[in-house]
Ligand binder design. Sequence first.
Ligand code: SF4
Ligand code: SF4
Length: 246
Amino acid sequence: MIIRGEVCVGCGRCQPYCPAGAIHFSGLKSEVDRETCLECGTCLRVAICPVDAIMDDPTAFEYPRAVRKVFSDPTAPHIATGIEGRGTEESKTNDVTGRVGPDSVGVAIEVGRPTLGMGLPDVQKISRALARAGITEIEPCNPIHQMYADESTGDLRADLMGERVLSAIIELEVKKDRLPHILRVLKEVAKEVDSVFTLDVYSLLGPDLEISKEVLAALDSEGFPWRPNAKINVGLGRAWEERRAS
Ligand code: SF4
Ligand code: SF4
């Protein structure tokens, strides 16, 4: 994002809206720190500037800087998925897509948060740790998948290592019995990650709407406190109907 210095009147109203703390006074005007700015677009969208001094940086749409925008601006559709946001549609609509079946578990590692953001080397630390442990089942529809230089090593493309984003999600789908292994890897790599990450584990409910005992046992045994969340979408059951019919 850019603040046109010749227009800005230095009122400072835009500064508290920046989730990255990238807008500062420079003399009597406000200025965007290019390195810290995540191109999330919040300062522009809130339309707080009384003189329209805030404008998109034209380079925000050029690779590799464009990665900041697609992972940080919730209104920017991602080229890989065609959906707005950092994850895949499938993980949120599993009852329709049936991507994670009864024997599997989905794992989403959400790296970074507003006010913190994160550098993409943090994603690489996690993807490398997973790859070293033999876990390379990265969801192909996930935007992160496009960033890989080598899935077998977890290396991301070198030209992305200077970029920062608000957050990004690494998504995996594995058999349930591999979950404890993944949790142990994440506990170890957490010591190296500079930002923060949260962990989502998702699976189908059982016939009596119970959460998988295997999944809960894995979380408990590895010391991960869990909080249940349910999400039900219109279209419930379609995937199972289609599977049964095929
Ligand atoms: S685009 Fe986002 S990160 Fe950049 S200055 Fe505006 S609010 Fe801050
Ligand atoms: S709101 Fe507009 S005029 Fe006020 S400091 Fe920000 S850019 Fe400058």
